[in-house]
Structures are given as C-alpha cells and as structure tokens.
Design a protein around this ligand. Structure first.
Ligand code: GLU
Length: 407
C-alpha cells in the first residue's frame, strides 16, 4: 500500500511537470511502476466470492474489493487475490501479507483488538443449513443432541459455544464446503454460518439442502485493515459510502446475491468510527449549552419524543440519523416483527469532547430491557458516537455512528 501511495505522489509530480516548465518529455523519468494491491478474499463462498476456472474470484465481496481498489487507484489487473480462510484473516492482515481483507469478516470487539475495520458494507445474520428432508431442525434451539458444523475461528462457532453449547455437538472444519459435504453425506445434521453464505450453498444443491431462514444474530461485514491504520480505514469507509450512494453497491447486490435464497437487509447506514475512543470531557472547559444539548438528545430519545429529538438534529442529516435510530431501536426494526413491541431502552451520555468553539463529539451508551430471548443478540448494548455542531448559537446533532458492545 505504501508503494501505491508513493506512486500517486509521483504521478502528480509528473502531471505538474508536464504542465509547467519541467523537463522535456525526452528527459522525463521512466513511468512509475503500476500500483498494486494484495487483497484477502474467500475462494469458496458462492455469491460472495468463489474462484472461477480462470483463477479469478467472483461475487459481491469481490465487487466491493474491486471498487475500493479502483478508488485507491488500482485497476483490477493489478490486484493479487489471496485466499483468506476464516481462521487466517487476522494473521494475513497483521503480518502485512495482504493490504486488506474483504471476506465475510464480521466486525467484533475481540477482532478489533487485532485489526481495524472499515465499514460495515453488508449486514447478514447467522442461520442454519439443513438437508431438504429435515423436519426437526428449524431454529438453533432444535439442535438438541444433534451435530452442527462450522468453520473454526468464525463468529458462528463462537456463538454456538457461548449460547448453545449445553445441547449442541459442535464440530469445526477449515472451510464451509467441508461442512456442506458432511451435511450431504449425513455426518453432520446442520451447517451454521451467515445466511448470505449458506444461501449460496443451498442454491448449489437445490432439492438437497435448504436454508432455515431465521437469522439469529446480526453480522456486520467490515474490511479488515492493519490495526491502527486509521488513514486507510477512514479512506475505505468513505469509499464504501460512495459505493452505496452511487448505486454500485445495489447493482453488485442484485448481480450476485438476490438470485440466492438470501433475503438482503438494507445497506448499512452505520459506519465504524475510527478506533479512537472518546474521552469524557473536562466539564470546566465545555460549553454548558453543549452538555445540555447532548443530554437533551439522550433524554428526548429515552422519552420517545421524536419531535423534540428532530429539533436537535441538523435538518440535512435528519433522514440518515433516523435510519440509524431505525436500525438500532427494537420497535423501529420492522424486520423483527411485533414480538419486540415491549422492548425498552435507555441512553446515557458517557462523554463529551469539545474540539473547537463550534464542534464537539459526544458518546452515549444504550441498554435494552424486555428484549425477547430470541432477539437478544440483535440488541446487545450499543455505544453511539455523535458529532455536534453549533449553528446560530445552538448545538445540533449532525452525525451519528453506532456499534454493538460485545460481552
Ligand atoms: N461472518 C462470520 C465471521 O466473520 C462468519 C463467516 C466467515 O467465517 O467468514 O466469522
């Protein structure tokens, strides 16, 4: 990647030299080496990324990675694709063997200790793949005494170990196709990982395998970059936003994923803030009006006073902020159905940092009550980070990011 950035600088100098009184073309230095990137990707996940007979991978993750590379100035023929199996991703990123990973890689707090994530760029959820003839398995609770297979190092394995280990026999493999082969042969009773991945296998074996179709976690796919490379993380996050805004994201989704039995969730509206933590501010240096406004944002949300809430939000970003509220508030998440109606939540301000006379960030923490057991995983505690801007004397909330807090 460093090489890529150096090459950009060189090209800029060349362009300037060509326009000004620089050396004549004959004296021009040789052209810079082409920019290249090595990207970690899966080779065996139809729909997301599967290696074709020409040796090149194809799928939604490939399109995301190629789009990012393009905006970083790297053309597809200068991308080297490197297989990034589930349990290899952290090592590939931290050793520098790849520049970044786009490989159905869920953002989790544990992984954030080892890599930094840009995104998210896709939402999915853990699900079950069973034989078509299977009548007894629909939800993970039905796996009592049965054997379920997944890839080692996945969030799916973690989830089974943490929440269902009492009754499920878990077996892991290096990759999902090995689990799928064992499911077909009858060695295991179910395969578990994200619905978007399982849908690809179900479609490869119509009439033999089927997706149960009840997501029981929410996975947010991020692009893994070397831990602490905040510059690349921020760039890729902006590029993903661009991809969603210019329609390329939807086109890639329709091309690769809507033909499968995966039911896409909306494009993520939430973007991972850089790895910096927001320190609680020193109240003596803060504008008291700012503290009041931050508290009012939390209070109006807690009181479901949406008119009051809207009055504290920058009008041009109100819809985007609403979308985030929709995604992280049980009652507003229409994908979850009426059982979630009685769930409650409380937001508390945990930190305010004023970065200038008219600019600030603040953090608040949200906890949930009365979330039905089966939806508990969707509504772990959430940490929000908001930016506040002072306009004509009053502080407004102008952007919001959110992240689940892993136990
Ligand atoms: N998204 C999950 C994870 O990152 C499962 C898919 C995978 O193994 O790539 O662990």
């Amino acid at each position: 990647m460093k090489r890529a950035i150096r090459a950009v600088a060189l090209t800029a100098c060349l362009a300037l030299a060509a326009c000004g009184n620089g050396p004549k073309p004959d004296d021009a230095p040789p052209p810079p080496p082409p920019r290249t990137l090595t990207i970690g990707i899966k080779f065996d996940q139809p729909g997301l990324s599967v290696k074709g007979i020409d040796g090149r991978p194809r799928g939604f993750d490939v399109d995301v990675a190629t789009y990012i590379a393009g905006k970083l100035g790297v053309t597809p023929e200068h991308i080297t694709w490197r297989e990034a199996r589930t349990d290899q991703r952290e090592t590939l990123v931290s050793s520098g063997a790849v520049d970044f990973v786009v490989a159905s890689y869920s953002i989790t707090a544990a992984r954030q200790q080892l890599v930094s994530f840009a995104g998210p760029y896709l939402l999915a959820g853990q699900d079950l793949l069973v034989r078509q003839s299977e009548r007894a398995i629909d939800q993970p609770e039905d796996l009592d005494g049965r054997t379920v297979c997944t890839a080692e190092g996945s969030t799916s394995a973690d989830k089974i170990r943490r929440s269902f280990a009492r009754f499920v026999r878990l077996t892991t493999r290096d990759s999902y196709p090995q689990c799928v082969a064992d499911l077909i042969s009858g060695t295991v009773d179910a395969v578990t990982t994200d619905d978007v991945i399982l849908a690809g296998y179900a479609d490869e074996h119509p009439g033999t395998l089927r997706l149960s179709g009840h997501r029981f976690t929410r996975e947010r796919y991020g692009v893994g970059v070397r831990k602490g490379d905040i510059a690349l993380q921020g760039r890729i996050t902006s590029i993903i936003r661009m991809m969603i805004d210019d329609g390329s994201w939807r086109r890639a989704l329709e091309k690769h994923l809507t033909a499968t039995s995966y039911k896409p969730l909306p494009a993520p509206a939430v973007f991972n803030a850089p790895d910096r933590t927001v320190e609680p501010g020193d109240p003596t240096t803060l504008d008291p009006e700012l503290v009041k406004a931050a508290k009012a944002v939390a209070a109006t949300s807690n009181a479901r006073d949406w008119e009051g809430f809207r009055s504290l939000v920058c009008p041009e970003n109100a819809d985007a902020i609403d979308e985030i509220v929709f995604q992280y508030t049980p009652q507003y998440d229409k994908t979850l159905g009426p059982e979630i109606r009685n769930a409650g939540y409380t937001n508390t301000v945990t930190g305010v940092t004023q970065s200038g006379a008219d600019a600030a960030t603040f953090a608040f923490h949200e906890t949930f009550t009365n979330v039905p057991e089966k939806y508990r995983h969707y509504f772990k505690d959430v940490d929000y980070t908001g930016t506040m801007v002072r306009r004509e004397g009053s502080w407004k909330l102008c952007s919001l990011t959110a992240d689940f807090v892993e136990p």
